[in-house]
Design a binder for this molecule. Structure first.
Ligand code: CA
Ligand code: CA
Length: 88
């Protein structure tokens, strides 16, 4: 990810560990830990320049890729993103 975007999002450009690149809905997203506390904070869509809040649940992070208020994907640490399924 370009340093300018990292600075814009408030993450540390020298720390490459706090940004994950995801390919969702045919679009590139960046999952970013902006305050470097080990938990992700925003899902950034560089195409629409939108920052979407995420929800951390242990090793999982819930993602709302289209920003409609409904979770779409679950990012699992070291595994990647899968379609979000509500646990009954
Ligand atoms: Ca964080
Ligand atoms: Ca959604």
């Amino acid at each position: 990810m370009i340093d300018d975007v990292e600075i814009f999002l408030g993450s540390d450009p020298k720390n490459s560990g706090d940004v994950i690149t995801l390919f969702l809905e045919y679009t590139v997203f960046y999952l970013v830990d902006t305050n470097n506390d080990g938990g992700f904070d925003v899902l950034y869509n560089p195409q629409s320049n939108s920052k979407i809040e995420v929800l951390n649940q242990g090793d999982k992070t819930l993602l709302d890729a289209d920003n409609d208020g409904v979770w779409d994907y679950t990012y699992i640490k070291n595994k990647g993103a899968v379609r979000y399924k509500e646990i009954p």
